[in-house]
Design a protein around this ligand. Structure first.
Ligand code: AMP
Length: 217
Protein backbone atom coordinates (compact mmCIF):
# COMPACT_ATOMS: atom_id res chain seq x y z
CA UNK A 1 0.00 0.00 0.00
CA UNK A 2 1.18 3.51 -0.84
CA UNK A 3 2.94 5.44 1.91
CA UNK A 4 2.55 9.12 1.31
CA UNK A 5 2.81 12.11 3.53
CA UNK A 6 1.18 14.92 1.68
CA UNK A 7 -0.49 18.30 1.85
CA UNK A 8 -3.55 19.24 -0.24
CA UNK A 9 -3.70 22.96 -0.96
CA UNK A 10 -6.38 24.98 -2.71
CA UNK A 11 -9.02 27.59 -1.93
CA UNK A 12 -12.12 26.68 0.11
CA UNK A 13 -14.54 24.72 -2.05
CA UNK A 14 -12.05 23.29 -4.57
CA UNK A 15 -12.87 19.77 -3.36
CA UNK A 16 -9.91 19.03 -1.04
CA UNK A 17 -12.11 17.24 1.51
CA UNK A 18 -13.86 15.07 -1.08
CA UNK A 19 -10.57 14.07 -2.70
CA UNK A 20 -8.82 13.46 0.62
CA UNK A 21 -11.64 11.17 1.79
CA UNK A 22 -11.33 9.16 -1.43
CA UNK A 23 -7.54 8.91 -1.08
CA UNK A 24 -8.08 7.72 2.49
CA UNK A 25 -10.52 5.00 1.35
CA UNK A 26 -8.47 3.76 -1.57
CA UNK A 27 -4.92 4.09 -0.24
CA UNK A 28 -5.48 3.84 3.51
CA UNK A 29 -3.90 7.21 4.25
CA UNK A 30 -5.06 9.11 7.34
CA UNK A 31 -7.18 12.15 6.44
CA UNK A 32 -6.31 15.10 8.66
CA UNK A 33 -8.80 17.91 8.08
CA UNK A 34 -8.24 20.80 10.46
CA UNK A 35 -11.66 22.24 9.49
CA UNK A 36 -13.37 18.95 10.52
CA UNK A 37 -11.30 18.80 13.72
CA UNK A 38 -12.31 22.35 14.62
CA UNK A 39 -15.99 21.74 13.78
CA UNK A 40 -15.89 18.69 16.11
CA UNK A 41 -14.30 20.82 18.82
CA UNK A 42 -17.03 23.45 18.39
CA UNK A 43 -19.76 20.76 18.59
CA UNK A 44 -18.22 19.28 21.72
CA UNK A 45 -17.73 22.70 23.31
CA UNK A 46 -14.03 22.10 24.16
CA UNK A 47 -11.77 25.05 25.05
CA UNK A 48 -10.32 25.05 21.51
CA UNK A 49 -13.84 24.90 20.05
CA UNK A 50 -15.05 27.84 22.10
CA UNK A 51 -12.03 29.91 21.02
CA UNK A 52 -12.33 28.88 17.34
CA UNK A 53 -16.09 29.35 16.78
CA UNK A 54 -16.17 33.10 16.25
CA UNK A 55 -13.24 33.13 13.80
CA UNK A 56 -14.73 30.27 11.80
CA UNK A 57 -18.18 31.79 11.40
CA UNK A 58 -16.65 34.99 10.00
CA UNK A 59 -14.41 33.08 7.60
CA UNK A 60 -11.21 34.20 9.41
CA UNK A 61 -8.34 31.87 10.29
CA UNK A 62 -8.16 30.69 13.91
CA UNK A 63 -4.92 31.59 15.75
CA UNK A 64 -1.87 29.55 14.68
CA UNK A 65 -0.98 28.20 18.16
CA UNK A 66 -4.43 26.69 18.60
CA UNK A 67 -4.31 24.79 15.32
CA UNK A 68 -0.68 23.70 15.59
CA UNK A 69 -1.28 21.96 18.92
CA UNK A 70 -4.24 20.08 17.44
CA UNK A 71 -2.18 18.93 14.44
CA UNK A 72 0.78 17.90 16.62
CA UNK A 73 -1.48 15.66 18.71
CA UNK A 74 -3.16 14.21 15.61
CA UNK A 75 0.16 13.32 13.90
CA UNK A 76 1.06 11.17 16.90
CA UNK A 77 -1.95 8.86 16.39
CA UNK A 78 -1.44 5.32 15.07
CA UNK A 79 -3.35 5.79 11.80
CA UNK A 80 -0.87 8.49 10.67
CA UNK A 81 2.18 6.26 10.87
CA UNK A 82 1.67 4.76 7.37
CA UNK A 83 1.03 8.12 5.71
CA UNK A 84 -1.43 11.01 5.80
CA UNK A 85 -3.14 13.73 3.82
CA UNK A 86 -3.24 17.17 5.41
CA UNK A 87 -6.37 19.00 4.24
CA UNK A 88 -6.72 22.66 5.25
CA UNK A 89 -3.35 22.79 7.02
CA UNK A 90 -0.99 24.57 6.67
CA UNK A 91 -2.75 27.81 5.73
CA UNK A 92 0.01 30.32 6.49
CA UNK A 93 3.78 30.31 6.01
CA UNK A 94 4.17 30.24 9.81
CA UNK A 95 2.04 27.08 9.94
CA UNK A 96 4.14 25.55 7.13
CA UNK A 97 7.35 26.26 9.06
CA UNK A 98 5.82 24.76 12.22
CA UNK A 99 4.73 21.71 10.23
CA UNK A 100 8.32 21.24 9.03
CA UNK A 101 9.40 21.29 12.69
CA UNK A 102 6.70 18.84 13.81
CA UNK A 103 7.70 16.40 11.06
CA UNK A 104 11.44 16.83 11.70
CA UNK A 105 10.97 15.98 15.37
CA UNK A 106 9.33 12.72 14.23
CA UNK A 107 12.15 12.04 11.73
CA UNK A 108 9.89 12.32 8.68
CA UNK A 109 9.17 14.78 5.85
CA UNK A 110 6.57 15.55 3.19
CA UNK A 111 6.54 13.59 -0.07
CA UNK A 112 4.17 15.80 -2.05
CA UNK A 113 2.20 19.03 -1.91
CA UNK A 114 -0.66 19.22 -4.39
CA UNK A 115 -2.66 22.32 -5.15
CA UNK A 116 -6.11 21.89 -6.67
CA UNK A 117 -6.94 24.72 -9.02
CA UNK A 118 -10.50 25.96 -9.66
CA UNK A 119 -11.56 29.44 -10.91
CA UNK A 120 -13.20 31.61 -8.19
CA UNK A 121 -16.56 31.90 -10.03
CA UNK A 122 -16.90 28.10 -10.04
CA UNK A 123 -15.97 27.94 -6.33
CA UNK A 124 -18.64 30.50 -5.39
CA UNK A 125 -21.26 28.52 -7.31
CA UNK A 126 -20.19 25.22 -5.71
CA UNK A 127 -20.23 26.61 -2.16
CA UNK A 128 -23.65 28.23 -2.62
CA UNK A 129 -25.00 24.72 -3.33
CA UNK A 130 -22.96 22.78 -0.76
CA UNK A 131 -24.93 20.93 1.93
CA UNK A 132 -23.37 18.88 4.72
CA UNK A 133 -24.42 16.67 7.64
CA UNK A 134 -24.22 18.54 10.96
CA UNK A 135 -23.12 15.36 12.73
CA UNK A 136 -20.83 13.25 10.50
CA UNK A 137 -19.68 16.05 8.17
CA UNK A 138 -20.67 14.13 5.03
CA UNK A 139 -20.77 16.43 1.97
CA UNK A 140 -23.88 15.76 -0.10
CA UNK A 141 -24.30 15.55 -3.84
CA UNK A 142 -26.58 18.43 -4.90
CA UNK A 143 -29.75 16.35 -5.45
CA UNK A 144 -29.27 13.93 -2.53
CA UNK A 145 -31.26 15.76 0.19
CA UNK A 146 -32.47 19.21 1.30
CA UNK A 147 -31.65 21.24 4.40
CA UNK A 148 -33.59 19.83 7.36
CA UNK A 149 -33.64 16.26 5.96
CA UNK A 150 -31.93 13.44 7.88
CA UNK A 151 -28.38 12.67 6.70
CA UNK A 152 -28.49 9.97 3.99
CA UNK A 153 -25.08 8.68 5.18
CA UNK A 154 -25.22 8.37 9.00
CA UNK A 155 -29.00 8.71 9.48
CA UNK A 156 -28.44 10.53 12.77
CA UNK A 157 -27.53 14.05 11.72
CA UNK A 158 -29.46 16.71 9.86
CA UNK A 159 -28.59 18.16 6.46
CA UNK A 160 -27.56 21.82 6.79
CA UNK A 161 -25.73 24.57 4.95
CA UNK A 162 -22.46 25.39 6.76
CA UNK A 163 -22.69 28.85 8.40
CA UNK A 164 -19.46 29.84 6.66
CA UNK A 165 -20.84 28.86 3.23
CA UNK A 166 -23.05 31.99 3.24
CA UNK A 167 -22.07 34.68 0.66
CA UNK A 168 -20.34 37.05 3.17
CA UNK A 169 -18.15 34.32 4.71
CA UNK A 170 -17.33 32.79 1.33
CA UNK A 171 -16.12 36.16 0.03
CA UNK A 172 -13.97 36.60 3.14
CA UNK A 173 -12.61 33.02 2.98
CA UNK A 174 -11.50 33.54 -0.63
CA UNK A 175 -9.84 36.84 0.32
CA UNK A 176 -8.09 35.17 3.26
CA UNK A 177 -6.90 32.42 0.91
CA UNK A 178 -5.42 35.01 -1.45
CA UNK A 179 -3.84 37.03 1.37
CA UNK A 180 -2.43 34.23 3.51
CA UNK A 181 -2.51 30.83 1.88
CA UNK A 182 -1.55 31.51 -1.72
CA UNK A 183 2.00 32.34 -0.62
CA UNK A 184 2.37 28.68 0.38
CA UNK A 185 2.40 27.81 -3.30
CA UNK A 186 5.73 29.66 -3.64
CA UNK A 187 6.94 28.21 -0.32
CA UNK A 188 6.49 24.62 -1.50
CA UNK A 189 7.45 25.31 -5.10
CA UNK A 190 10.78 26.58 -3.77
CA UNK A 191 11.22 23.21 -2.03
CA UNK A 192 10.36 21.38 -5.27
CA UNK A 193 7.41 19.62 -3.67
CA UNK A 194 4.56 21.33 -5.49
CA UNK A 195 2.29 19.73 -8.09
CA UNK A 196 -0.85 21.30 -9.58
CA UNK A 197 -4.04 19.47 -10.48
CA UNK A 198 -6.93 20.92 -12.50
CA UNK A 199 -9.94 20.80 -10.13
CA UNK A 200 -12.68 21.33 -12.71
CA UNK A 201 -14.95 18.44 -13.73
CA UNK A 202 -16.52 15.59 -11.77
CA UNK A 203 -15.02 14.34 -8.48
CA UNK A 204 -14.13 11.04 -10.23
CA UNK A 205 -12.26 12.84 -13.03
CA UNK A 206 -10.35 14.98 -10.52
CA UNK A 207 -9.49 11.87 -8.49
CA UNK A 208 -8.02 10.17 -11.58
CA UNK A 209 -5.90 13.27 -12.28
CA UNK A 210 -4.74 13.36 -8.67
CA UNK A 211 -3.78 9.70 -8.58
CA UNK A 212 -1.87 10.11 -11.85
CA UNK A 213 -0.06 13.24 -10.63
CA UNK A 214 0.92 11.52 -7.38
CA UNK A 215 2.16 8.43 -9.23
CA UNK A 216 -0.23 6.21 -7.24
CA UNK A 217 -1.94 4.65 -10.26
P1 AMP B 1 -12.20 24.35 6.12
O1 AMP B 1 -13.22 23.30 6.44
O2 AMP B 1 -10.84 23.80 5.86
O3 AMP B 1 -12.68 25.31 5.04
O4 AMP B 1 -12.03 25.23 7.45
C1 AMP B 1 -13.12 25.93 8.02
C2 AMP B 1 -12.60 27.04 8.92
O5 AMP B 1 -11.82 26.47 9.99
C3 AMP B 1 -11.67 28.05 8.25
O6 AMP B 1 -12.39 29.06 7.56
C4 AMP B 1 -10.91 28.60 9.46
O7 AMP B 1 -11.71 29.47 10.23
C5 AMP B 1 -10.71 27.33 10.30
N1 AMP B 1 -9.45 26.61 9.95
C6 AMP B 1 -9.34 25.37 9.39
N2 AMP B 1 -8.05 25.06 9.22
C7 AMP B 1 -7.32 26.12 9.68
C8 AMP B 1 -5.93 26.40 9.75
N3 AMP B 1 -5.00 25.54 9.29
N4 AMP B 1 -5.55 27.60 10.28
C9 AMP B 1 -6.46 28.48 10.75
N5 AMP B 1 -7.79 28.28 10.67
C10 AMP B 1 -8.23 27.11 10.15
Amino acid sequence: MAQKRMVLLGAPGVGKGTQAKKLQEVFNLAHISTGDMLRDAVRQGTDSGIKAKEYMEKGELVPDDLIIDLVDERLGKDDCQEGFILDGFPRTVIQAEKLDMLLRKRGIGLDDVVTIDVPNEAIILRLSKRRVCDTCGYVLESDEANPGDPCPKCGEGTVIRRKDDGPESVRRRLEVYDEKTRSLIQYYDGRRLLKTVDGTGSPATIFDRLVGTLGLA
